[in-house]
Design a protein around this ligand. Sequence first.
Ligand code: ASP
Length: 280
Amino acid sequence: MKIMIHGGFFSESTQTEKTKSLKQEALKEIIQKSFSYLSDNSAVDTVVFAVSLLEDNPLFNAGTGSQIQRDGKIRMSASLMNGETKKFSGVMNVESIQQPIKLAELLQNENDRVLGGEGANLYALKRGVPNFNVETEERFQEYQQRLKSSGQGTVGCVVLDKNGKLAAATSTGGKGFELPGRISDSATVAGNYANNYCAVSCTGVGEDIVSAALAAKIVTRVTDGLSLKTAFLKSFEELSEFDGFAGAIGIDAVGNIHFSESHPQIVYASFDGIQLSVFQ
Ligand code: ASP
């Protein structure tokens, strides 16, 4: 059993040392809780559990604490991939939902598994998911100053469970200050992908992640026989051809873990029950 989570990028320019250590502490606590949850639950249930805890923490740009878009609204995206069933589900640009990853989870059982905007919100209403104000004072102040704040604080989780099954989940409030209607990578197979060989969750500039088809590409390379590390290296090399800004965490079927980043530093943690590592 192994779990890896990320809290997106940490940008030195706009966040203080204090925020960095707070994020690291939060990751530590969440990964330990999620690992104990994993001992009695599947990979797919655990990635949802971990990501919903990250969404509830206002330090991260997902759920509560999400970035505000140019028109003053918060629109969030999240997706879930069950590596065993190969089912991808997600929501794009939902508003006023406490834990968008839970909506993605509900959609695993539907024929139409990726919903956007108004339709996704109507679906939430129909399924009894209450409205929830995810805006925090801090994000509002940033918005007021028309700052394109550091933003990259998307969250994600990849898990290998005790039965050898893999899953990935990713959730975001977006880049911050984007045009209304912009689609994030986080609810696409470029930002979040898994099968029986590998699970990957990405963060960074969604446009670059989609251009590189990053998560799907890494997973495909591992499926075709490359090691996790080589698959990451090769895919990030291709990303650098256009100076793509991205980071990703990944885990394979035998529990190897890896992360790469193209620009600043991604905050992430990994845990296998013994070794707990938290990196900036
Ligand atoms: N990938 C997210 C997006 O572009 C942002 C992030 O990872 O911080 O919407």
